[in-house]
Design a protein around this ligand. Structure first.
Ligand SMILES: [Zn+2]
Ligand SMILES: [Zn+2]
Length: 1015
């Protein structure tokens, strides 16, 4: 036997095995490098990667974004675009610190300092290096094509210097200031956290806290007290005031003042408006504590006092709450900060000293009870904020933080956001909302491994902000010799000369918000304002040896900025999208991106959040190995990005099943093409095309044009949907209808099918690069490129609209025919005598095809005949409107006493709209079955006779024999001998037909049971 033209395929793909083979081949044949060479100098498509934190292995949720990034970079490459393919790693900040602390068994800032800052920094860097490698391997396995030796690392000195430059610019404009304010504080991490870090929905837990009702006795009013409610007993020692709502009614109930709105059934002895209580003084609950000395506790007015919970009187501790702190400014209240960085009571708080906020609950409740101040002690379960990084419940402290004022840039950001193309489009509004509501940007963290803030305050009042390493070296007084990189502890040892008075000043110890690191990337990685290209210049400082990335020059930045497109998860609106926007608009007055694709979250297949501890999390590597990377990618691409995806093995198996349609179609082609030793033509026009072939070609043109449109609008669900519909048409229409031609080795059919399959593979290649390139390898012929990714985007002809309309009408008629058949209760293989089609003139020249498809001997076409329609009132619509007139209308419709006015019906003087009447087709002949859809309908004659019944049995037999052939493992070309049971001898009347359909050389009817044998 000659070598087959096409490599024979197994029954189904082994995705992971196939993918590893393709990865191997890509590496061997330098496919990606060749693609880049091919596109170099072409039109540019600028994509900027939002950095992935190199702190842990990838989770499946990372695979969503990385899939989308790869899909569109591959698509653009197919279209000949030159691209950068630079991957980014985020490297510093609380993420890395907390994991390193865990791995070293450290659990407080004191323990880190004892461990040693230089050592700690070293461990952090090692962790980043390790996980950058892990993530790189996983990303390659996912099929992500990136320039893996030239990643950017946000902890490089180059990146840090760019941020310094930004901070210097911000300072110049007067936006950088030190704020003394109340902030959310993590007692474990020992730092304040910013609004954007904490804004995620996940940063709350349902927690149980004490619920206390406490009396504050009023001075000079014997037997009267204010009643307050609190869930944070630890704040009571810092109490300085109590707030009432001035216009609310308060009543004295059992010696305690409460808002009457909260106690509607109470019988107060006295009722006053809140404003009448304002100014009264009371005895604080813990006046004997030293910090309380001299504090005059009084009642203050506050419009925001809630009447939905508590007592309507709010205890105010400005050192332990944000709103409390704001009130202290208005009413000039003392600010007592009771707890230190670690959330423990300061010395001076006597019996509370050293206790954590939780440990203090019991003694505080005990004291209140002893003093007779506790009215009620219970518990409450409520949503409470926890640290986004370590999940410790947060407290409030008043601290000094460095902030960037946002007021002056807010409008500019909102303005510029109007010109960004967001996908899905409503995320644009989300961005607007964030920009409208953002507070000043808290950029300082009291931590260790992070961007060193280049801020050097001086006693003379001048703040020196260093904008570059050069400037640092110029102004340095000492410490330069030991400065191995721009990180703590080394940077802390460099002192500089104050710009104001020339005195030696020290850096503040704080490090920067990690979103500064990622936010500068559109400037730092592209070489903004860098005078000269520096080879490997980006890999400086902590990044030395980790990457070969260059620091390009300004001309390069001009070429590649802004990004044409970026893509990250929706929560990056308040994080990365925000920080890159803020920093770029500050420095260059321009947003760093033109369009964005954002997506939601990954859930498990039942819709629950994935958690390791719940046992429902799936590791990314496990998913790639078990499902196959293509299947993972397909799942993500099929998902509407504005909704969470339910990810798991169930959906993955469903995708595998769906992908078999393409696989089976190609296998079908390969099997028959090999029988004929068919060789596809890649350039010459194919002779002898039939109508069905021309229809498929038109369908292919339409498909390619449509799918291109979906890629162009960054909409993968559209791509997937079009692909599946196309493959379905290909398999369930074209191949089914053309089986006999393949059987006969019809070259035009083989050629047409081959072209369509190649188109399908090329169009889906960005989504499923492995399967597509593997199938391309199966189908490729002649001079075709060795990879689908080197072949460019397929050119589509102008779709033949008339032909497509014709095909659509045929499919509609067939669909109605199937409905009618289903209504008859007869099985599909039973031939029927006749069918009449109304209102589908375009389908008429496909009469033969329709007849075969529906197993109806004769199909007649007639123009739409109104006489066959029966009108009935649509009761739910008409009932309310016409009520008592209905019976008359029904009768008139029944007796055909109506007139048509376009789509409307005029009956009994009433004008009925198209939705107010139901049009029911009645068959032309008694007993026929009708199916209709709009103005197309079919009528099917279900009557059988002996001849039709016999043909039905023959078709059953043919089906059974072909199944037996398959089960016996026969080749498509093998001939067989058929033996029928004697009882079925009547089927021999159709012996030739049976032989032809089953490749039998003889059919006998002398056996005991049905059997086949190889001839
Ligand atoms: Zn924390
Ligand atoms: Zn000074």
């Amino acid at each position: 036997m000659p070598e087959p033209v096409f490599t024979p395929m197994p029954d189904k793909p082994d995705h992971p095995a196939l993918e590893l083979e393709v990865l191997d081949r890509w590496a061997r044949e330098r496919t990606f490098e060749r693609l880049r060479e091919q596109n170099r100098g072409g039109p540019r498509f600028s994509f900027i990667d939002g950095p992935i934190t190199a702190n842990n292995a990838m989770g499946v949720h990372h695979a969503w974004g990385r899939t989308l990034k790869d899909v569109f970079q591959r698509y653009k490459a197919l279209r000949g675009f030159d691209e950068r393919y630079q991957n980014g790693f985020d490297c510093q900040g609380l993420w890395v610190e907390v994991e390193v602390e865990r791995s070293l068994g450290l659990n407080s800032k004191r323990e880190i300092e004892e461990y040693g800052l230089a050592e700690f920094t070293q461990r952090c860097k090692e962790r980043v290096a390790k996980f950058a490698e892990v993530i790189t391997d996983q990303s390659r396995r996912l099929g992500m094509w990136m320039d893996w030796d030239n990643d950017y690392y946000t902890f490089s000195d180059t990146n840090i210097e760019y941020i310094w430059r930004f901070l210097a610019a911000v300072y110049e404009r007067g936006w950088l200031y030190m704020g003394h304010r109340s902030t959310q504080w993590c007692p474990r991490c020992g730092t304040s956290l910013s609004q954007h870090e904490q804004a995620g929905e996940g940063n709350y837990l349902e927690l149980v806290h004490p619920s206390l009702y406490v009396r504050f006795p009023l001075k000079g009013r014997e037997g009267e007290a204010l009643v307050v409610w609190t869930t944070t007993p630890w704040t009571l020692p810092a109490n300085v005031a109590a707030a009432v709502k001035p216009d609310a009614e308060y009543g004295l109930v059992d010696g305690g003042w409460v808002a009457l709105a909260r106690y509607p059934d109470a019988k107060p002895e006295r009722v006053v408006r809140g404003e009448e209580l304002v100014g009264l003084e009371y005895e604080g609950p813990f006046d004997d504590l030293a910090p309380q000395e001299g504090v005059v506790h009084r009642v203050i007015p506050w419009d925001e006092v809630s009447l939905d919970e508590g007592t309507g009187i709010v205890h105010i501790a400005p050192g332990a709450g944000t709103e409390d702190f704001e009130l202290s400014r208005v009413h000039d209240l003392p600010v007592l900060v009771p707890i230190d960085e670690a959330g423990r009571f300061y010395p001076g708080y006597g019996w509370l000293e050293g206790l954590s906020t939780e440990e203090a609950e019991k003694p505080i409740i005990g004291r209140l009870r002893e003093e007779g101040l506790l009215l009620e002690a219970g518990t409450v379960e409520h949503r409470y904020p926890v640290c986004w990084r370590c999940r410790t419940p947060l407290v409030f402290r008043v601290v000094d933080d460095w902030l960037i004022a946002v007021e002056e840039i807010r409008e500019r950001l909102i303005d510029q956001n109007q010109s960004v193309a967001w996908t899905p489009s409503f995320y644009s509004k989300r961005m607007d909302d964030w920009l409208r509501n953002m507070d000043d940007w808290n950029i300082s963290r009291k931590r260790y491994f992070g961007l060193p803030l280049p801020i050097y305050p001086c006693g003379c009042g001048t703040v020196t902000v260093i904008g570059s390493r050069n400037e640092l070296e110029e102004r340095a007084v000492r410490g330069l010799d030991q400065l191995q990189e721009l990180h703590r502890p080394w940077i802390d040892n460099v002192t500089v000369r104050c710009k104001g008075c020339g005195e030696e000043v020290q850096r503040i110890p704080e490090v920067g918000d990690a979103w500064l690191d990622a936010g500068i990337v559109p400037l730092s990685t592209l070489g903004w304002q860098n005078p000269q290209w520096v080879e490997h210049g980006y890999g400086s400082g902590a990044a030395t040896g980790l990457t070969g990335a260059d620091l390009p020059d300004h001309a390069y930045w001009e070429k590649w900025f802004p990004a044409d497109w970026i893509s990250e998860s929706r929560e990056q609106i308040r994080l990365w999208f925000y920080s890159i926007s803020f920093m770029a608009v500050t420095l260059v007055d321009r947003l760093p991106y033109r369009s964005v694709l954002a997506y939601e979250r990954v859930r498990d297949e039942t819709g629950r959040e994935m958690h390791k501890s719940w046992g429902n999390a799936i590791e990314a590597s496990e998913a790639f190995e078990q499902m196959g990377a293509d299947v993972v990618r397909f799942l993500f691409c099929a998902q509407t990005p504005s909704q969470n995806i339910n990810f798991g093995y169930g959906p993955a198996n469903e995708v595998k099943r769906r992908l078999l349609t393409l696989w089976n179609s190609i296998k079908f082609f390969v099997d028959y093409a090999n029988v004929e030793a068919f060789e596809p033509r890649t350039s010459v026009e194919t002779p002898n095309l039939q109508l069905l072939d021309r229809c498929l070609r038109a369908r292919t043109d339409r498909f390619l044009a449509d799918v291109e449109r979906e890629y162009e609008r960054y909409w993968t669900p559209g791509v997937v949907e079009l692909f599946e519909a196309y493959v379905d048409d290909l398999s369930n229409w074209y191949i089914r209808r053309s089986r006999r031609r393949f059987w006969n080795g019809d070259a035009a059919a083989l050629q047409t099918l081959w072209e369509a399959l190649v188109a399908a593979v090329r169009a889906i290649a960005p989504v499923m690069p492995f399967l597509a390139d593997s199938l391309w390898g199966v189908l490729r012929a002649g001079e075709m490129e060795d990879s689908v990714f080197l072949a460019g985007w397929p050119e589509s002809g102008e779709p033949d609209v008339d032909l497509l309309q014709e095909v659509a009408e045929v499919r509609r008629v067939v669909e109605l025919g199937r409905q009618a058949r289903a209504g008859s209760g007869l099985k599909l293989r039973q031939p029927l005598r006749q069918m009449v089609v109304f209102g589908a003139p375009l389908a008429e020249r496909h009469r033969q095809e329709i007849a075969e498809e529906l197993r109806v001997r004769e199909v007649r076409f007639e123009s739409g005949a109104v006489a066959h329609v029966r009108m009935k009132p649509n009761l739910p619509q008409l009932g309310p409107r016409l009520g008592p007139k209905l019976p008359a209308i029904r009768r008139a419709l029944d007796e055909s006493r109506y007139e048509l006015d376009g789509d409307d019906v005029i009956v009994e003087g009433e004008h009925l709209g198209p939705h107010e009447v139901i049009r029911e087709r009645i068959p032309e002949s008694e007993g026929w079955i009708v199916a209709s859809d709009g103005d197309v309908s079919v009528e099917l004659d279900p009557a059988l006779d002996a001849q039709l019944l016999l043909e039905g049995r023959v078709l059953d037999l043919i089906h059974t024999l072909n199944t037996m052939r398959k089960e016996a493992g026969l080749e498509l070309t093998d001939r067989i001998v058929v033996t029928l049971p004697e009882s079925q001898a009547d089927l021999l009347a159709h012996a030739d037909w049976i032989k032809h359909e089953t490749l039998a050389v003889s059919v006998r009817a002398d056996g005991g049971e049905l059997a086949i044998a190889k001839a």
